[in-house]
Design a protein around this ligand. Structure first.
Ligand SMILES: NC(=O)c1ccc[n+]([C@@H]2O[C@H](COP(=O)([O-])OP(=O)(O)OC[C@H]3O[C@@H](n4cnc5c(N)ncnc54)[C@H](O)[C@@H]3O)[C@@H](O)[C@H]2O)c1
Length: 312
């Protein structure tokens, strides 16, 4: 079978990678290979098993021989490098594991260069901005104030992608993802954690007074933006924020979840986190909006979908 696009997705058994793989595998013009070590991902997040045009290989992208065997046996047109150690607590507790992800970035870029990949897509993070100097955070004007290993790795990763383009002409797109949620996100993260607590009669926990703000992007908006960047040849050699620009405080979020889940859940406050809990975060998403050409999924609707999916 002659496919229009052969696509590799690392971290494709995760929240965002799995949703992307599922979306791209629905198009019979694509052949999709997902690699993932299942450290935080799960086989349940992989595409529909009835679809014939995708396969899964369990491997660690930081191990060069493992990823080399996949990338030299199929000539991929596009690579989405989404595999990474994620989660605030996990990344704070395991800084060396986080730093090891630099190996995966180098493996993907070197192999992409050597095997004729047409474009590499990288999942960077809002964390590269560190404590916000300006709101909204803009791809070009906001300084990168990365301090923690997770953010430093993402920042260095961006530099590697840009340098491979500069020296070898390997086209890239850097997505700076801001908080992205959906039914497949693990309960290590704030919104699914709150929904799970509210639905099981447990209190919703908030760090500090809950005045820190966040934005929450429904996963469908993320996937639609990245899919169009691929299909319509957009954001070539560019960096783009991908998230929501609707800012809410964590306390407001807890109240929304409690209300939408039935209104009986209690909210309790824990001491503030010692590090890694930024006061504000809100992206400038002009580039994303121009690509999407529609309103983002409202938070209230996203929470409703999350509650529905958890209730089963
Ligand atoms: N979800 C967000 O809000 C958000 C925000 C900013 C950046 N990101 C970035 O987006 C990407 C996807 O995140 P996610 O939210 O889907 O998290 P996730 O944990 O659901 O997905 C990451 C996937 O990578 C896999 N993985 C980790 N290390 C690996 C390795 N060495 N080899 C192979 N597979 C490996 C995990 O098993 C998991 O399936 C990550 O790079 C993350 O840093 C996510």
């Amino acid at each position: 079978m002659q496919y229009q696009r052969k696509i590799l997705i690392t971290g494709g058994a995760g929240n965002i990678g799995g949703a992307l793989a599922g979306c791209l595998a629905k198009d019979p013009a694509n052949y999709v290979v997902v690699v993932d070590d299942l450290s935080t991902g799960s086989a349940t997040k992989l595409p529909d098993p009835k679809l014939p045009n995708w396969r899964f290989i369990k491997l660690d992208v930081n191990e060069q021989p493992a990823i080399a065997s996949v990338m030299t046996s199929t000539a991929f047109d596009y690579v989405f490098h989404y595999a990474a150690v994620v989660g605030v607590q996990r990344t704070l507790n395991h800084p060396l594991l986080v730093l090891r992800d630099i190996e995966g970035i180098k493996n993907i870029l070197e192999l992409s260069k050597n095997t004729g990949v047409r474009r590499v897509f990288y999942s960077s993070s809002s964390e590269v901005y560190g404590e916000p100097f300006e709101i909204p955070q803009n791809e070009h004007t906001t300084p990168l104030n990365s301090r923690l290993p997770y953010a430093i790795v993402k920042n260095l990763g961006e530099s590697f992608f840009k340098s491979y383009e500069q020296e070898f002409g390997l086209a890239y797109t850097i997505f700076r993802f801001f908080n992205t949620y959906g039914p497949r996100q693990s309960e290590d993260f704030v919104l699914p954690k709150m929904v799970a607590a509210a639905l099981t009669g447990k209190p919703l926990t908030v760090y500090g007074d809950g005045s820190q703000t966040r934005t929450f992007c429904y996963v469908d908006d993320n996937i639609e933006t990245t899919r169009r960047a691929l299909y319509d040849d957009l954001l070539i050699n560019e960096t783009a924020n991908v998230g929501s620009d609707h800012e809410v405080t964590i306390l407001e979020l807890a109240k929304m979840v409690a209300h939408q889940a039935g209104g009986t859940a209690l909210i309790t406050h824990l001491p503030p986190l010692p590090e890694g809990d930024m006061t504000r975060r809100c992206p400038d998403i002009s580039k994303m909006k121009a690509i999407l050409g529609r309103e983002l999924v409202p938070l209230r609707l996203g929470i409703e979908r999350l509650i529905k999916s958890k209730r089963g």
